[in-house]
Write a protein that binds this ligand. Structure first.
Ligand code: HSE
Length: 324
């Protein structure tokens, strides 16, 4: 039986979730692939932290080139987060003929064309299902089963941390800081939660969705974006008095004239609307296609295991379709 060898960049929350998912479901994954899957090297400084997984110490390296230049490594999984050095590392991996899987929406949104072009020029796969909607398989659905559509609109709750905070403020009466700390403790938030609460993470994800749906790249900094830092208990009560809930919504719509309007901001959502009942770290994405009409996708948008599920789904797909 052949062995697929993987180099992993980063063993933080998502790296650990990916490692755990592989350990938990190894038998099923390997039998599906008819191949063994081995994470052979892990780029990570912190080799001591108790992550609740058993990682042989010999797998750790501090030198990324050990991964990029290892001829035996087929796939590099990038889970460092942040734009740099993650982007440079992904480019280097592709230039060394490694297929790349990532969950890193900030890096993709900032360098979408560069990453896509470099993957194409080097004949390698570049997959990033985990970058939008965590465990929800939205990107491969847009580029696969929904490809026959002209897309008209996307509307979504795309950030688990802020949805968790707003849910806890609305349902449990928690204050903002306690709810944020809770979300961080559960591994939903970015290393620096500013990107979550200021709406930047949702804007990064909207950039990726628009690129795939409308073939239009809009840099995240060009998306009008308002986060949730100004949401107070009073504003939540005001919404409740109008039978609404406040949700951070990312939205893009193709207009009659072909232009696309887009924004990320907290919106009042009627309590009867399905989006009002998406709670905690769950995400939901509404998509309208001209043939399929309305679709809604729902699932855990953040957290180590749901995100690990999407990362490994991409790995499995590459092994099945590219390395076969
Ligand atoms: N910080 C992100 C969120 C992680 O809360 O949604 C998943 O992309």
């Amino acid at each position: 039986m052949k062995t697929v060898k993987i180099g992993l960049l980063g063993l933080g929350n998502i790296g650990t979730g990916t490692y755990k998912t592989l350990e938990m479901n190894r038998e099923e994954i390997e039998s599906t692939l008819n191949a063994k899957v081995d994470i052979v090297k892990i780029l990570e400084r912190d080799t001591e932290r108790d992550r609740g997984i058993d990682v042989p110490v010999g797998k750790f390296t501090q030198d990324p080139d050990e991964i990029f230049t290892d001829p035996e490594i087929d796939i590099v999984i990038e889970l460092l987060g942040g734009i740099e050095p993650a982007t440079s590392f992904m480019l280097k991996a592709m230039e060394n003929n490694k297929h790349v899987v990532t969950a890193n929406k900030a890096a993709i949104a900032a360098n979408y064309h560069k990453l896509m072009d470099t993957a194409r020029d080097n004949g390698v796969a570049f997959r990033f299902e985990a970058s939008v909607g965590g465990g929800i398989p939205i990107l491969s659905t847009l580029t696969g089963p929904l490809r026959a559509n002209k897309f008209e609109e996307v509307l979504g709750i795309l950030n688990g941390t802020t949805n968790y905070i707003l849910t806890m403020m609305t349902k449990e009466g928690l204050d903002y800081d306690t709810a944020l700390k809770d979300a961080q403790a559960q591994g939903f938030a970015e290393a620096d939660p500013t990107a979550d609460v200021e709406g930047i993470d949702a804007a990064n994800k909207l950039t990726i969705l628009m690129a795939l749906m409308f073939d239009k790249y809009v840099a995240p900094e060009d998306i009008p974006t308002t986060g949730i830092t100004q949401i107070t208990k009073e504003k939540i009560e005001e919404a409740r008095a109008n039978n609404c809930k406040i949700k951070l919504i990312a939205r893009a719509k193709k207009l009659e004239n072909g232009e696309i309007e887009y924004e990320v901001r907290p919106m009042h959502i009627s309590e009867t609307h399905p989006l009002a009942n998406i709670n905690k770290e769950f995400n939901a994405v509404f998509v309208k296609g001209n043939a399929v009409d309305d679709l809604m996708f729902y699932g855990k948008g953040a957290g180590p295991l749901p995100t690990g599920s999407a990362v490994l789904g991409d790995v499995i797909d590459i092994v099945k379709t590219v390395l076969k």
